[in-house]
Design a protein around this ligand. Structure first.
Ligand SMILES: NC(=O)c1ccc[n+]([C@@H]2O[C@H](COP(=O)([O-])OP(=O)(O)OC[C@H]3O[C@@H](n4cnc5c(N)ncnc54)[C@H](OP(=O)(O)O)[C@@H]3O)[C@@H](O)[C@H]2O)c1
Length: 425
């Protein structure tokens, strides 16, 4: 059968039903180009594998996007996950999400703790509860995936405590959280491979310089600058935090076993990215859906974006090398800015952040105390009003009783006066 067909091709040329070979070639080239683009933009897969049974992982941002993919992968390898979320533990969405994650990963050691990263007070409440535990709780990994961003053209917002939101959630919250958890990290036994995984974004390269007086000033704020600056700050802090850990003298005299790894996941189709691309508008969302093919082609899936996080969480190389490495596409890369390594910048950032936290925490403690006092006064007023009401009700019933008695007496006297015969008898 193939031989006559080949012979007819050789002697008579292509049959009339055969498509135009140039068209075939063009389509083939276009499809290969698409496949190559998709393959390239999807990035590299993590090849490091490790069972994580018994390892305790604190994860922020585990309810959405890349964080959710990281949560799923870590949980399916057996890690005990503690998701830090801004939701209350009884929130129906959270309860359902955790239940679903437990079923999908066949891992029932997944919990949630409330830790709203837009509130220094909330972070302190969670973190102090964690370190106050006696004996010290096991802690093998902290993965800080949570972040926020304002879409282009959006307005600058502040948290309830008065700090610019992007700076607070993306940087200061992590600074505060790791600062308080630092004793718990240092207290882990030497044979434990402790890791702190910190995400960044290549937008840090275009960030303005880190000047503490500009960070909170609305004059120097645009959505893009705020996001990029928060990522640069996080990288500077990540390096400084590793030095802070390394400087600790362990009671057993052994070197520090906790390693910070910075991860650039690449651009991915997450809710955060969608908000950025659509500018948070309905029209933007419509355009996003119409041109979804481009997003699919050029942006990674959350699963692929999670690969460098998994590499940072599992690869054995990080036990042997100094901490503070930057990972992109599952390999170590150099930082593109010198100020990430600059000790003077790090010192100013650390001191400025400490000062800001102290001031804001003091102010909000005073506010909370005043609010509590007001609530107490209101409660007391309510109580005394209730007491007055009770006394008045009592007086009224006594009065009513007396009135009844006197009417009874009067009616008795009337009856007597109306029946003189009886009286005479
Ligand atoms: N996507 C990208 O293209 C890209 C590129 C480079 C770097 N990154 C980095 O990768 C990380 C993950 O990004 P993503 O795009 O996956 O993020 P995302 O989809 O926007 O998710 C953000 C997560 O942060 C949580 N979060 C926000 N505000 C919070 C608060 N006040 N307290 C506690 N949690 C809060 C959210 O919780 P809720 O579920 O409650 O909203 C959500 O789980 C981020 O650090 C981001 O900067 C992402």
């Amino acid at each position: 059968m193939p031989l006559p067909f080949i012979a007819s091709l050789v002697f008579e040329g292509l049959p009339p039903w055969f498509p135009d070979p140039y068209l075939l070639l063009k389509s083939g080239t276009a499809l290969s180009a698409l496949a190559a683009t998709k393959w390239y933009s999807s990035g590299r897969l993590n090849t490091s594998e490790r069972k994580l049974h018994g390892r305790v992982v604190l994860l922020t941002g585990g309810t959405s996007g890349i964080g959710a993919a990281v949560a799923q992968e870590l949980a399916s390898r057996g890690a005990q996950l503690v998701l830090l979320t801004r939701h209350e533990q009884a929130d129906p969405f959270l309860v359902e999400y955790i239940q679903d994650l437990r079923e999908r990963t066949n891992n029932h050691l997944i919990y949630a703790e409330t830790c709203d990263l837009s509130s220094l007070y909330n972070i302190r409440k969670f973190a102090t509860k964690w370190i106050d535990n006696s004996p010290p709780r096991r802690l093998d990994m902290i993965v800080l995936c949570a972040s926020t961003l304002t879409p282009p053209g959006g307005k600058r917002t502040e948290t309830e405590e008065g700090i610019e939101t992007t700076w607070m959630v993306n940087y200061l919250a992590n600074f505060h959280l790791l600062g308080i958890l630092s004793p718990a990290i240092k207290a882990q036994p030497f044979d434990r491979d402790v890791r702190i995984v910190i995400p960044t974004c290549s937008s840090y390269i275009g960030s303005p310089k880190l000047e503490m007086n500009q960070v909170l000033d609305s004059k120097y704020w645009t959505p893009g600058k705020a996001y990029a600056r928060s990522k640069l700050a996080m990288m500077v802090f990540a390096k400084a935090f590793q030095k802070h850990l390394d400087a600790y003298k362990r009671p057993d005299g052994l070197p520090m076993n906790a390693k910070v790894v910075i991860v650039d996941p690449g651009f991915a189709r997450t809710p955060g990215m969608r908000r950025w691309l659509t500018r948070g508008s309905l029209l933007g969302l419509m355009l996003y859906m119409i041109f979804y093919l481009f997003a699919w082609l050029f942006l990674k899936s959350p699963f692929m974006a999670a690969q460098s996080f998994l590499y940072a969480a599992m690869d054995g190389i990080f036990i042997r090398v100094p901490g503070g490495k930057l990972v992109k596409e599952c390999i170590e890369v150099d930082c593109a800015r010198k100020d990430v390594e600059d000790e003077e910048v790090a010192k100013k950032l650390w001191e400025g952040s400490d000062k800001l936290i102290e001031t804001v925490e003091k102010e909000s403690a005073i506010k909370r105390a005043k609010l509590k006092q007001k609530e107490k006064e209101k409660e007391e007023e309510k109580k005394s009003a209730e007491q007055v009401e009770e006394i008045e009700a009592l007086i009224n019933t006594i009065k009513k009783g007396k009135a009844k008695e006197s009417t009874k007496k009067n009616s008795g006297a009337d009856k007597k006066s109306k029946t003189p015969g009886k009286e005479a008898k």
